[in-house]
Design a binder for this molecule. Structure first.
Ligand SMILES: Cc1cc2nc3c(=O)[nH]c(=O)nc-3n(C[C@H](O)[C@H](O)[C@H](O)COP(=O)(O)OP(=O)(O)OC[C@H]3O[C@@H](n4cnc5c(N)ncnc54)[C@H](O)[C@@H]3O)c2cc1C
Length: 459
């Protein structure tokens, strides 16, 4: 019998455990993670495989550190980016939580430097963005880079290994609920984990499992907007006017044709585009290294179109999966197209990509035609956004700019939660991080863990 059982060793689950050990060091805590320890994690694509082999448990997403392990490690130090925590508590409380969470990252070895603090330095950029009808949301960012992220998460693993029970390569399969109160869960290796409190933090990778499990237990979900789009890759100098001032900027645009919100997301100067595998569905993402010798010549970022659907629609995750599957069907994985080819109404071919000035960093992507994948509405909004960005970063709408498809965020279904992040309907069951639809990034996912740990320890 444990005091607390946690599902998922991503930032949300790890920070839950760290904070509980700080406040209640005598408590018995178990953390169940479907992937391996951090030192055993590997993504075959990152290690030179030509094509993503579609591992049963994606090496990029599963294991100690979750999606955070090979992430770009950008800690966006504001409540405005990376989650919805302000929907559950006053803004000041979220700011304090973020500051505290950031200090824990520093204790475990994060870099000192924070980008984007000097507002004067980007006042001109803000002005240019306004003229291009773009809204610039600036956020102070601590950038760890992928190698430092791995180091910080390994230190957390070493620290917690001595204090709690960590079960790697074990999945939570179904919740045990008695009289509307959680009692624990069953696991893939036929264990019954009993605990007073259960915290579910399975990330986007486990969002589908969470949705089905919660549905079974009649825990309500509400639909967030569905975020679908592409990852854009261009020569780093094109975006330098922006990235040299603000490592991560969020630029928001409302497409003239549809009025839909399009935004930049997860910017990686001198980075690499990477493939992720969500239970057999390949999607794109990006990251960069902190070390100068590992930098590429390209910058990448996502352009996501937010679509709000109305009743009776209730399957945002399935919608995103459907679009991603179309790209996979046509390309056998990730599809890439030059912007010029998209505008000319023709597919990209290996020859056309070779004849470009830009070398794709995701070599395994298959040249093809995105207009056969993305709905007209989202495709049009993306094209209009690229032209708007071209006004502040000339060269963005170049015919050589690469668009990888698709990028989709499986955090579209949000669990109905109290302000304590406890599920409505089942007592002592908490759910946090990206999988619950509460957050969308490292710092807020981690902060959501700190929040529930404090709530549980205060009970
Ligand atoms: C390539 C890449 C780059 C990124 N770069 C950034 C960035 O620079 N800045 C930023 O803010 N965010 C970034 N992100 C996003 C960030 O990594 C996530 O927002 C964050 O990791 C979410 O934390 P989480 O704990 O909610 O979930 P996750 O990190 O996804 O962790 C969930 C864990 O739960 C495990 N799990 C799932 N289901 C089960 C189950 N049934 N039983 C047991 N275990 C289970 C999974 O294996 C996983 O380890 C990036 C993501 C990727 C993939």
């Amino acid at each position: 019998m444990y005091n607390v059982a946690i599902v998922g060793a991503g930032p949300a689950g790890i920070f839950t455990a760290l904070e509980i050990m700080k406040l209640r060091p005598q408590w018995k805590v178990v953390l169940v993670e479907k992937g391996p320890k951090i030192e055993k994690r590997k993504c075959l694509l990152r290690e030179g495989y030509e094509k993503c082999p579609g591992c049963k448990k994606c090496g990029l997403l599963c294991g100690w550190g979750g999606a955070g392990a090979f992430s770009d490690g950008k800690l966006t130090l504001t409540p405005d980016v990376g989650g919805h925590l302000v929907d559950y508590m006053p803004r000041k409380k979220v700011e304090d939580l973020i500051a505290y969470t950031d200090s824990v990252y520093l204790d475990f070895g994060a870099t000192d430097e924070v980008f984007g603090l000097n507002r004067e330095a980007f006042a001109d950029l803000e002005r240019q963005a306004t003229l291009a009808e773009l809204k610039l949301v600036h956020s102070p960012v601590r950038h760890l880079g992928t190698e430092r992220s791995l180091g910080v998460l390994k230190s957390m693993q070493d620290y917690l290994d001595k204090k709690i029970t960590i079960l790697n390569d074990v999945s939570a399969t179904s919740l045990i609920v008695e009289n509307e109160q959680v009692k624990g869960f069953l696991t893939s290796d036929n264990q019954q984990i009993r605990a007073e409190y259960v915290v579910i933090a399975p990330g986007r990778e486990g969002a589908d499992w969470l949705t089905k499990e919660f549905d079974k237990n009649k825990i309500g979900m509400v639909s967030n907007a569905v975020d679908v789009g592409v990852r854009v890759e261009l020569p780093a100098p094109v975006f330098e006017p922006i990235t040299e001032k603000l490592y991560e900027s969020k630029l928001i645009y409302h497409s003239p044709s549809f009025g839909d919100e399009v935004r930049t997301f997860c910017m990686n100067p001198y980075g690499e585009v990477v493939a992720e595998n969500y239970n057999g569905i390949a999607t794109v993402n990006g990251h960069s290294y902190g070390e100068a010798d590992k930098r590429t010549r390209n910058t990448n970022f996502a352009l996501l179109v937010s679509e709000k659907f109305t009743e009776p629609f209730k399957e945002p995750i399935a919608y995103g999966q459907h679009i991603a599957r179309l790209a996979n069907m046509l390309a056998g994985g990730i599809l890439v197209q030059r912007f010029g080819d998209l505008l000319d109404g023709r597919r990209s071919t290996p020859e056309r990509i070779k004849a470009s000035t830009l070398v794709p960093t995701l070599g395994c992507a298959t040249p093809g035609d995105l207009s056969l994948v993305l709905p007209y509405r989202q495709m049009t909004s993306i094209i209009e956004m690229l032209y708007a960005l071209d006004k502040i970063a000339p060269g963005t709408a170049s015919r050589y700019t690469l668009l990888y498809g698709v990028e989709v965020k499986f955090y579209s279904a949000r669990v109905k939660l109290t302000n304590d992040l406890e599920t409505e309907g089942v007592k002592n069951l908490y759910t946090i991080g990206d999988g619950a639809g509460v957050t969308r990034g490292l710092i807020q996912a981690s902060a959501s863990g700190v929040h529930v740990a404090r709530i549980i320890c205060g009970k």
